[in-house]
Design a protein around this ligand. Sequence first.
Ligand code: 5GP
Length: 207
Amino acid sequence: MSERSEKGLLVIISGPAGSGKGTVVGKILSSYPQEFCLSVSATTRAPRVGEEHGVHYYFIDKESFEERIEEGRMLEYASYCGNYYGTPAEYVEKKLDEGKNVILEIEVQGALKIKEKLPETVLVMITPPDYATLEARLRGRGTNTEEDILNRLQRAKEELELIGHYDYAVINDDGKAEQAAEQICRICESEKRRVRRQPDFVKRFFS
Ligand code: 5GP
């Protein structure tokens, strides 16, 4: 990718459970580690097998989560299927100042809160090609209970109804996560070239 403008881009990637957004984000980070970084969220949900504290999430209890909200340390937070999820503010602000594009992999309510607070944020929705694929992926995971699966399917419908608030929609077809990741990187590259994001362009040109 080409050179950076001064501040990084805040990129929110949402997608219903089963959209494969985690895989897509992983590909963006491994292909462009200099340009992108990922904010690790805090959550009150229990870790799944293989998930590590500080890597996949900061797994904290409800009391600590609420304490962080009160102290203003969360850029946003939302409740999802009975648990809190939130973005620690400090890391995001630091990385944006360093010129990195910061990815938040978060659900729709949190995304819309951030867009309201920080309108320059780019919102990307990743979806599977269709609903049947979404359900098959979710059941194929084998790590969720039936109740959780039904909750997540319901939530997926609600989230997709809000796609009109998003800037971009990207389809993650089976076995094509690489393609979806490239599309998102191109979106970010174009966003960074927007004139309004380069207020010093003319000054630099003549200096
Ligand atoms: P999961 O339990 O599958 O890891 O995540 C459930 C949902 O919460 C996903 O849609 C995920 O993107 C979202 N999520 C993860 N971290 C955050 C966060 O910090 N804030 C918000 N609002 N949603 C999050």
